[in-house]
Design a protein around this ligand. Structure first.
Ligand SMILES: O=P(O)(O)OC[C@H]1O[C@H](OP(=O)(O)OP(=O)(O)O)[C@H](O)[C@@H]1O
Length: 222
């Protein structure tokens, strides 16, 4: 763990994470491939530390992650913060015990995800941080928030690598990101047209141009 960092060291660490994300992120056949960031140990470590550091002083008692990339990142950030991990599974897969469930509003590919959370994993009064690789519509995160609150937990916010939300969604869900979608390399060497503009006020983006569909140029998933 990093423990307490001086401001210059913290700024350098956050800057390194941002640089490595921009270096390793790839568009492959029109699909955003965040997995490429994880194949480099230095990039993965920097991303995990940066996500953890953005909520280090917020009294987080558990970290939540949505299957599947949220499992990888969320568990790592939980270790970094010294707290436990709360998994949110999608429709399929064995997941024993009493659960709360939600059907999300349409997410970035237009899917209404069936999300499940084990009640016992959220302690009443606990402060839960959601960690994910990317947030776009915020529909899955909003559904998770609703389940956490039903279990008696408090929503601390979202730590993500890439933020592509609107300012209102960003503020409502408490999103803090390493980069915004508008900062990513252009897709296939073309312009970034389709991405919202960066929002200076909340470190996210402002509405404007249509949102790029990072996961489905040809109708597939990420
Ligand atoms: O902001 P939203 O529009 O709700 O979308 C955000 C979610 O979409 C991605 O996961 P995805 O469903 O692609 O699952 P995966 O991690 O298994 O690829 C991402 O990891 C978030 O969990």
């Amino acid at each position: 763990m990093l423990g307490l960092l001086s401001f210059p060291k913290l700024a350098i660490m956050m800057s390194q994470a941002r640089t490595l994300v921009l270096e390793y992120f790839r568009w492959i056949d029109g699909h955003a491939d965040v997995w490429q960031i994880f194949r480099d140990s230095a990039a993965l470590a920097a991303v995990v530390r940066s996500l953890a550091e953005s909520f280090r002083d917020e009294g987080i008692t558990s970290v939540c992650g949505i299957e599947s990339r949220g499992f990888l990142l969320g568990a790592a950030v939980a270790v970094e913060l010294g707290v436990g991990f709360v998994p949110v599974r999608k429709r399929e897969g064995i997941f024993p015990g009493a659960k709360v469930t939600r059907r999300s509003d349409p997410d970035y590919p237009g899917l209404r995800q069936e999300l499940r959370l084990q009640q016992a994993t959220v302690s009443s009064g606990g402060r839960v941080l959601l960690v994910d690789d990317w947030i776009e519509t915020g529909s899955q995160a909003a559904a998770v928030r609703s389940m956490v609150e039903e279990c008696g937990g408090h929503w601390a916010g979202c730590a993500v690598i890439v933020d592509q939300t609107t300012p209102a969604r960003c503020a409502g869900l408490g999103v803090r990101s390493i980069v915004t979608a508008a900062e990513l390399p252009a897709w296939n060497g073309q312009s970034r047209r389709g991405y919202p503009k960066a929002c200076q006020g909340c470190d996210s983006q402002a509405p404007g141009e249509p949102t790029a569909k990072r996961g489905r140029v040809l109708g597939g998933a990420t």
